[in-house]
Design a protein around this ligand. Structure first.
Ligand code: DC
Length: 226
């Protein structure tokens, strides 16, 4: 199978919409590879911090993005031989990711790496611009949305369950700020591709979202790709 005929399903949407969970569940069900593109921007943000690179220095951030040795092993993320799986999952890491991600040169620097995840039998690509920029010819595109209030509440429960003390209002403000930066940037802003199916998960369980998405996948015979 040449890479042009390997199918891609893109799942874009704002933070906390459930797309990460959905993308992993879909990749498991279909036995396809998974690209968590947000993790790449989180890694770049975290590495800028530890190396003292200013988020506002587009060239320095892009130069760094080009040389980092990044490996995904199952659910673990290794960078320059260090396990960064937990470190990149914090709220701050998400905010820093969004700050480095608005630079065009940084996005260009990770384009090839993102496309290299395309492997038979197929790829599930999770992010903000998977259907609009990185895989515009994807076989199927979803845009998973949910109200900011609902996304903040979901995150609040997750963090509480981990024993962390957080404020719901603070989380909501952070989500709204990050949404605005991701939606309003000039390059590859967060928005549904013209041919994306928009799913509003505000009052849906992740199981229900997965069933709805699987129905679309089956309708197109993508569940039969070997
Ligand atoms: O999906 P996430 O929360 O891990 O993403 C973290 C940030 O990275 C997000 O706020 C914006 C940025 N991002 C992006 O600009 N493009 C992507 N394809 C994925 C993430």
């Amino acid at each position: 199978m040449n890479s042009n005929s390997i199918p891609v399903i893109t799942i874009d949407g704002p933070s906390g919409s459930g797309k990460g969970t959905l993308a992993r569940a879909l990749a498991d069900r279909l036995g396809w590879s998974l690209l968590d593109s947000g993790a790449l921007y989180r890694i770049i943000g975290a590495q800028c911090l530890s190396r003292g690179i200013n988020f506002d220095d587009e060239t320095a951030v892009a130069d760094l993005a080009q040389v980092l040795d990044i490996r995904f092993v199952g659910t673990a993320v290794w960078v320059e031989g260090l396990n960064m799986t937990e470190e990149i999952r914090t709220e701050d890491a998400g905010v820093n990711a969004s700050r480095v991600a608005h630079w065009p040169a940084v996005r260009d620097a990770v384009l090839g790496l993102q496309r290299s995840f395309l492997q038979a039998p197929g790829l599930i690509a999770d992010g903000r611009d998977m259907g609009t920029v990185v895989f515009p010819d994807a076989a199927l595109k979803f845009f998973l949305d949910a109200s900011a209030q609902e996304r903040a509440e979901r995150r609040y429960k997750q963090l509480k369950n981990k024993g962390l003390s957080v404020s719901l209002r603070g989380l909501l403000e952070q989500i709204q700020e990050r949404d605005a930066r991701d939606r309003e940037r000039a390059v590859a802003p967060l928005k549904p591709a013209r041919d994306a199916l928009v799913v509003d998960s505000t009052s849906m369980s992740i199981e229900l979202v997965l069933e709805e998405v699987m129905a679309e996948v089956s309708k197109r015979g993508l569940n039969l790709v070997q």
